[in-house]
Design a binder for this molecule. Structure first.
Ligand SMILES: C[S@@+](CC[C@H](N)C(=O)[O-])C[C@H]1O[C@@H](n2cnc3c(N)ncnc32)[C@H](O)[C@@H]1O
Ligand SMILES: [Zn+2]
Length: 159
């Protein structure tokens, strides 16, 4: 597959195709050594840029290297990632024209550091976190606020 890495308007560098790609085509592997979530936290906590993909088994992280790990995120992506066995592959979600940047939806989770999205799509949700994760974070924040309010109401009535 004739892929090139070059500057991207989304972020730093990204991966582009020199040839048209048909919907459903397998493009490139998200390859790299396997590490545990704990190792990933220890190595990369707070890093501004990471190359990590968590496999669906919940206990394996691919510490990405090679072309597959250089795709940027988009909220309206032309690619998607799919696991086959314990390997992760990038597939085309739609027909892709020569010259287009390849992007997939990272759907980040399990973190609360900011991850603003600059994909520029009209469908941009403003973050690289998944909708489900954002809803969970909002729920947690509401619960925390309610707990704090209950605590202050209780303290108020004691005096
Ligand atoms: C796997 S790297 C992608 C390649 C990266 N552009 C580079 O130059 O190395 C993932 C990192 O790229 C950045 N990134 C990718 N997509 C982005 C987006 N839509 N908005 C903001 N930052 C993005 C984030 O810093 C993220 O941690
Ligand atoms: Zn976006």
């Amino acid at each position: 597959m004739p892929l090139v890495v070059r500057p991207s308007r989304i972020h730093s560098i990204g991966v582009f195709t020199n040839m048209p790609i048909r919907k459903g085509e397998r493009i490139v592997e998200y390859a790299g050594p396997r590490i545990t979530p704990e190792e990933a936290d220890r190595l990369y906590d707070g890093a501004p840029r990471t190359y990590l993909y968590g496999l669906g088994d919940g206990k394996t992280i691919i510490d990405g290297e090679g072309l597959g790990a250089y795709l940027n995120h988009s909220c309206d992506p032309n690619c998607e990632i799919e696991e086959i066995g314990n390997r992760a592959w990038i597939f085309a979600r739609r027909d892709i024209a020569a010259g287009e940047e390849l992007m997939w939806d990272y759907n980040l989770y399990d973190d609360d550091s900011p991850a603003p999205c600059h994909c520029g799509s009209p469908k941009c949700r403003g973050t690289m976190y998944s909708r489900e994760w954002m809803a969970k974070m909002r729920r947690k924040a509401r619960e925390k606020k309610a707990k704090a309010k209950a605590g202050s109401d209780h303290r108020g009535s004691a005096f």
